[in-house]
Write a protein that binds this ligand. Structure first.
Ligand SMILES: [Zn+2]
Length: 409
């Protein structure tokens, strides 16, 4: 019954999202629910703060009261995305109209305990929408964490228990899952944060509108994610998108994964900076390396040409395997710009099968550090059984995409 009610709520919210303010009579015609059911659902949504009522100010004079209209409450949150990165927490939220109401970030020490990271997330979420964000019964959280995360398919069972129970197993996939559930009182979906960044870029970012996307992140680690046919690909053990551990030199340096000569051993931030210093360059971090490149430093440019070649080779191999229409490169090292991206593109075009050579497009990521948190929101809107099973259907993504496109300058 709870599932059915959720379905009716989503149906009504979907109509208000699509048509804007509506009277009860108009809603009744559009939703085809019985008058009793509709009024009951509306009473619940108004009481929960998801929907607000208003009377027209300049109602024409006539018989009877002017019709009261119902609209989505712009302050009611529907999905919150939280990215627990290694050294920072990033959050973002969308309201019931699926408009992004804000995002926020704060760095922290790498060894900060989970309890304090959740405190920080709560404070950041509290700061969104000028502190006016209300979390209602229809809110859910999509959170990203570092490392592999297993994924349980929602059971395809209409007689399922309460959605809260349905979304989570008895044993949470990660300690942060139960902490978040207690703190926010909302269902929590969890995934790897780099994979969520891939989903974010595929929906709102550099590859918005593409259904087959390869996302590569060049940061302290090298990883990525695959969006295949519009859905995040997780793999059988929640371990897909580990492009950083594809071998580029069998005789290369040992890697943290236990292998040798993985892409990460040549294309991580540390690997690139170490190689630069070993070749006589001087840079302690990526911004200093970027400065050297802008100054035309030959050592840096030669190094990035080699690193780009290795990256492009791996991308070509993965491209041949999955056939993406877009490749998105993000992470701090992408800040080095054309000095890295051009050699990547050259190696990619040279090694990918000729048929895809001019079809696949290589782009820089556009969402920056908010990508993971936005991916968490996308996870909730796309994959929450709470939404995808409702009669209103998961027709949320196209709306979102349009809205985001319109919002972009
Ligand atoms: Zn490795």
């Amino acid at each position: 019954m709870a599932q059915l009610r959720r379905g009716h709520e989503e149906l009504v919210l979907g109509l208000l999202r699509k048509h804007g303010p509506l009277s009860r009579g108009e809603l009744g015609k559009l939703c085809q629910l019985s008058r009793t059911t509709l009024y009951d659902i509306l009473a619940g949504l108004v009481a929960g703060g998801a929907v607000v009522t208003s009377s027209p100010q300049d109602a024409p004079r006539g018989r009877g009261r002017p019709a009261e209209t119902l609209t989505l409450n712009p302050e009611a949150g529907q999905a919150i995305g939280i990215d627990f990165a290694r050294r920072a927490v990033h959050v973002a939220a969308v309201n019931l109209a699926h408009e992004i109401v804000g995002s926020a970030s704060e760095p922290h020490d790498a060894d900060l305990p989970w309890l304090q990271r959740v405190d920080l997330a709560e404070r950041l979420v509290g700061s969104l929408n000028d502190g006016g964000l209300r979390l209602g019964a229809l809110s859910a959280i999509g959170a990203g964490v570092v490392g592999p995360v297993g994924w349980r398919e929602p059971e395809d069972d209409l007689e399922a228990p309460e959605p809260e129970d349905d979304l989570e197993s008895d044993e949470p996939a990660h300690p942060v899952q139960s902490l978040l559930r207690e703190r926010f009182g909302a269902p929590v979906l969890l995934d790897n944060n780099t994979r969520l960044a891939a989903l974010g870029e595929a929906i709102w970012g550099a590859a918005a509108g593409d259904r087959d996307v390869l996302y590569l992140r060049l940061s302290h680690g090298v990883g990525g994610g695959l969006v295949v046919g519009g859905a995040l690909h997780r793999g059988a053990y929640g371990l897909s998108g580990e492009f950083g551990h594809i071998t580029v030199d069998p005789d290369g340096a040992p890697c943290d994964c236990g292998g040798a000569g993985c892409l990460e051993t040549v294309a991580s931030i540390r690997a690139v900076l170490d190689a630069y210093r070993a070749a006589g360059g001087r840079a302690d971090d990526v911004p200093e390396l970027v400065k050297a490149i802008r100054a035309g430093d030959g050592t840096a440019l030669t190094l990035l040409k080699d690193v780009g070649g290795a990256i492009g080779g791996v991308l070509a191999a993965v491209c041949n395997a999955i056939g993406p229409s877009a490749i998105v490169v993000g992470g701090e090292l992408a800040e080095t710009g054309p000095a890295l991206i051009e050699p990547v593109e050259r190696a990619l075009r040279a090694r990918v099968m000729p048929v895809s050579r001019h079809r696949v497009s290589l782009r820089r990521a556009t969402l920056g550090e908010a990508a993971g948190a936005l991916g968490g929101i996308a996870l909730v809107l796309h994959e929450s059984p709470l939404l995808s099973r409702s009669p209103a259907g998961p027709d949320l993504a196209p709306d979102l995409l349009e809205e985001t496109k319109q919002r972009q300058p």
